[in-house]
Design a protein around this ligand. Structure first.
Ligand SMILES: Cc1cc2nc3c(=O)[nH]c(=O)nc-3n(C[C@H](O)[C@H](O)[C@H](O)COP(=O)(O)OP(=O)(O)OC[C@H]3O[C@@H](n4cnc5c(N)ncnc54)[C@H](O)[C@@H]3O)c2cc1C
Length: 293
């Protein structure tokens, strides 16, 4: 049986307490939320820390989905299951429920958190692709107060984020714009597995039915979950058609940088990036008209 190296363990009761402890312990300490990414890495000895600071008691403070005019705020300790079950969230951003249905299994979804998913910064992380798709921004709290970082700036590389040693991600914010919808699709080898490739899309239409804006986020095809700005440029002001979605798929396939691994060849993943981009754009646009495809 794999066991982690010995570590000291402490539970904290507030964000302030977590930050103070992180500040004191420096890079010898790590926060543990759901533990579904960190603990397996410690068991495999891919990560070793002298101290684990358990933030599960912060669920009351940081576990929420708040819908406000023009903005949805989600606390970092909100668990996958809560994201899956939130009807308010699904109404504004169906991409969340689409993604949560295919993330892991109920055991992982009962414990794993939004904050842990983003901070793990695994290039295959589904919620990172969702947040990129929705142009989210991340609220990071440190000793000197809070700062807000865009998703583009949040992920610095595989398993690296903008969160400093003495900081904690507290909230993720999502702008809500009118006349839009979203969708997510994933290809996995077995139910509950990590993505071979997955894609999210969000589309907004103007009063004439033309595309006002569109965003696509891909997972598992590069060092980070990647937004593809070229797609927005190509789609804005155009009428949504199958041909246009195909063009967007071509841009996605061109822009991504998959590698061959045990989940599939780079060529196959590029094919999936194209096909999934087309499908999620089609589905997001259909949903604006109240249809499911
Ligand atoms: C069997 C299995 C299958 C899985 N399948 C999928 C899948 O299909 N798709 C998918 O996307 N994910 C999958 N996951 C990952 C799962 O979604 C994890 O729950 C998630 O990646 C991490 O969330 P967590 O709360 O468990 O984080 P933890 O493991 O507790 O923490 C992960 C990292 O984030 C840091 N951290 C946590 N919270 C904060 C915070 N608020 N501020 C700063 N740093 C923080 C920790 O210090 C640690 O470095 C799977 C996991 C397992 C075990």
């Amino acid at each position: 049986m794999q066991v982690p190296a010995p570590f000291e363990y402490q539970r904290v009761g507030s964000v302030g307490e977590a930050v103070a402890l992180l500040d004191r312990l420096g890079d010898t300490a790590r926060l543990v939320a759901g533990g579904h990414s960190l603990i397996p890495m410690m068991k495999l000895r891919l990560a070793n820390f002298e101290y684990l600071i358990d933030i599960n008691d912060l669920h009351d403070e940081l576990g929420y989905v708040r819908v406000e005019p023009g903005l949805i705020r989600i606390g970092a300790m909100t668990r996958h299951r809560e994201l899956l079950e939130s009807d308010e969230l699904a109404a504004a951003f169906p991409v969340f429920r689409d993604a949560e249905r295919v993330i892991a299994d109920p055991v992982v979804r009962n414990r794993g958190t939004l904050g842990g998913s983003l901070c793990q910064a695994d290039p295959s992380e589904d919620l990172s692709a969702v947040c990129t798709t929705l142009d989210a921004s991340c609220v990071i709290q440190g000793r000197d107060g809070e700062r807000v970082v865009s998703m583009e700036d949040f992920h610095r590389g595989p398993y690296e984020t903008a969160v400093g040693d003495a900081e904690i991600l507290t909230e993720v914010r999502f702008p809500v714009r009118p006349n839009g919808s979203s969708a997510y699709e994933k290809v996995e080898r077995r139910a509950g597995d990590w993505a071979v490739v997955s894609a999210g899309a969000a589309v907004w239409l103007d009063g004439d039915g033309l595309i006002a804006d569109a965003r696509v986020g891909l997972a598992a095809v590069g060092p980070n979950t990647a937004g593809i700005p070229g797609i927005a440029d190509a789609l804005r002001g155009r009428r949504p058609t199958e041909e246009l979605f195909g063009q967007a798929g071509d841009i996605a396939a061109e822009a991504c940088s998959p590698v061959t691994d045990r989940r599939g060849s780079a060529e196959y993943k590029r094919h999936l990036a194209r096909e999934l981009t087309l499908r999620v754009l089609r589905r997001a646009v259909a949903r604006i008209d109240g249809q499911e495809v």
